[in-house]
Design a protein around this ligand. Structure first.
Ligand SMILES: O=C(CO)COP(=O)(O)O
Length: 134
């Protein structure tokens, strides 16, 4: 599965802790991230991550483009609901595309845990079945 990992600055520590906690599941999947988030994951966990541009420089849109091409299976996006982002329209667009294409999306750690546990149990396998048919 292809999983996008994204965190706003004040949520990056939380995401790193989350990634460490779920390392066994995440290692079995292909990971993608916006630039700064991806670099921190690589530096602090040793995981292999495909990095896009930083969020404010178009990274959210690059991940959105993968979703629009049916090439992303899950998005974990630790948003900061208390800080205004200069690229808020990009953030909204990414979330919108997840809804357009029914891509499982977590915007906080509580939901992210449920998604990864669900992924392990096979609840997202419909994405693979759909790929084989495609
Ligand atoms: O701003 C972001 C998502 O909207 C995250 O971007 P970075 O990972 O480059 O900080």
């Amino acid at each position: 599965m292809k999983i996008a990992l994204i965190a706003h600055d004040r949520k990056k520590d939380d995401l790193i802790q989350f990634v460490i906690a779920y390392l066994p599941i995440l290692t079995e999947n292909s990971l993608y991230a916006t630039g700064t988030t991806g670099q921190r994951i690589i530096d602090e966990t040793g995981l292999s991550v495909h990095k896009f541009r930083s969020g404010p420089l178009g990274g959210d849109q690059q991940i959105g483009s993968m979703i629009a091409q049916d090439e992303m299976d899950m998005v974990i996006f630790f948003r900061d609901p208390l800080t205004a982002q200069p690229h808020e329209p990009d953030v909204t667009a990414l979330i919108r595309l997840c809804d357009v294409y029914n891509i499982p999306l977590a915007t906080n750690m509580g939901t992210a845990e449920v998604l990864l546990k669900g992924l392990k149990e096979g609840f997202v396998d419909w994405r693979l079945i759909r790929e084989r048919r495609g």
